[in-house]
Design a protein around this ligand. Structure first.
Ligand SMILES: *Cc1c(COP(=O)(O)O)cnc(C)c1O
Length: 428
């Protein structure tokens, strides 16, 4: 469920008509709903509590929102107030999470290529867990921990060799993928880390892919993770946390219906029954995707004599790259739908690439130049992947709460864009 609805013929975000934001800020612009962000977090947290899932020391599970899905500070702060943690993949994301009020004790640091400086920063900040993805990385974390004089709480990211995810580019849990260590490596490294005074191995983690629409591959992966916990414990090693990653799919319009948070939580409860371990999760898309839209304006309707019809928008692949990169489907809704029969359009942006095509042959109601349209389900991996390709200004972001709204990332000016660069002395 989300808070983007038609009222009196116009698409609203909560109580704010989208045309009001377009008038004030211009287009393209991302618009996020606070109520939807909160609802998605709370539905998940409640489903987990109801299924009896526990965090460390019997407290609530750690829901570490995957910052990369939507790192806007106001989005992070909205979730932090509900008790969310943060799953981060860079020093920049750790800094964002801290700046938005996420306590360090709820921050997890993932990623296959953490650098020494980033690890030192994470240890100084006192974050909850560093997810170690390889043997050389384990050695680096130990060296850095010794240098800063703080032992590192680590979890090993295990690659469960289960392929899942909505697209090959977002599947991460196969043996061919770059992420994590194998089960046998995990067992060896965990024991080794246990005898390193600068490492405190406290758990295991896995993340097998994104936009996963079936429970079975997750359940298979989680069962294998449980077996590993049991093998490590049988060797006398302490395993206190099992971080099961993110990846649960969201109901994108006209895509297979993903499992509900309740069914997901029940599955996790089944798999971890009696294990007595603190659980953590790293959802990104599930929280943010349907909490945002990309609002754009129709520039032209361009009809080819041979029949193809193009809707040219002022939004482009640099603002929303998911269709070009992952063949992603985004529902497209006119903000003030005109009456009339549906007909097929190709929807494109102004960037000089054929891949700057949001969709082909999409049946849409009548559209005219000047109409506003909204790409739905654009709150995750939308603004966070936006660029200034073609020297188009970075897309701004707005957060709505009830009848209030605020510009939470303004559109830069052209002066801002140019002032980030410098001429070498020989050209100055
Ligand atoms: C991207 C990522 C997530 C979040 O994935 P979603 O599909 O958005 O839930 C969680 N954990 C890790 C390690 C990731 O890389």
């Amino acid at each position: 469920m989300n808070h983007f609805e038609f009222r009196e013929g116009e698409l609203h975000c909560e109580d704010v008509p989208l045309s009001r934001i377009a008038e004030a800020v211009g287009t393209p612009v991302y618009v996020y709903s606070s109520a939807t962000l909160e609802r998605h977090f709370l539905v998940l947290a409640e489903a987990m509590a109801r299924a009896g899932l526990k965090g460390e020391e019997g407290g609530p599970v750690l829901i570490a929102y995957a910052v990369k899905a939507n790192p806007n500070l106001s989005v992070l702060a909205t979730l932090a107030r509900l008790g969310a943690g943060a799953d981060t993949v860079s020093e920049g994301e750790i800094r964002r999470a801290l700046a938005a009020g996420v306590p360090a004790t709820r921050i997890v640091f993932s990623g296959v290529g953490k650098q020494a400086g980033e690890i030192a920063f994470a240890l100084d900040a006192g974050i909850s867990e560093i997810n170690v993805e390889s043997e050389p990385e384990m050695r680096l974390v130990s060296q850095v921990a010794q240098r800063v004089g703080r032992p590192a709480r680590i979890a090993f990211r295990v690659n469960p060799d289960v392929v899942a995810g909505g697209h090959a580019k977002i599947s991460t849990g196969g043996a061919e993928d770059k992420f994590g260590v194998s089960f046998s490596e995990a067992e060896r490294l965990y024991a080794e880390a246990g005898s390193d005074p600068w490492l405190e191995p406290m758990g295991l983690t896995c993340h097998i892919g994104s936009q996963i629409s079936a429970l079975a591959p997750m359940e298979a992966a989680f069962r294998r993770m449980r077996e590993l916990v049991e093998r490590l414990r049988a060797r006398g090693l302490s395993v206190r946390r099992l971080d099961l990653g993110g990846g649960l799919g969201v109901p994108y319009f006209n895509q297979p219906e993903p499992p509900s948070p309740a069914d997901y939580a029940a599955m996790v409860a089944r798999v971890t029954d009696g294990l007595g371990i603190g659980l953590a999760f790293e959802p990104g898309r599930l929280i943010a995707a349907n909490a945002g839209v990309l609002l754009a304006q129709v520039l032209h309707i361009h009809e080819r004599p041979e029949g193809r019809r193009f809707v040219v928008l002022d939004a482009a692949m640099n603002d929303l790259i998911r269709p070009a990169m992952y063949d992603a489907y985004h529902d497209l809704r006119p903000v003030h739908p005109r009456t009339g029969a549906l007909s097929a359009f190709d929807v494109v942006g102004p960037v000089c690439e054929t891949s700057d095509t949001f969709t082909r042959d999409r049946d849409l109601p009548p559209l005219e130049a000047g109409d506003l349209v909204a790409f739905m389900s654009a709150g995750a991996y939308g603004a966070s992947m936006a660029s200034e390709y073609n020297s188009r200004l970075l897309v701004p972001e707005v957060l709505v709460r009830g009848s209030n709204w605020a510009l939470v990332r303004p559109r830069p000016t052209y002066e801002d864009m140019l002032s980030r660069e410098a001429m070498p002395p020989w050209l100055d």
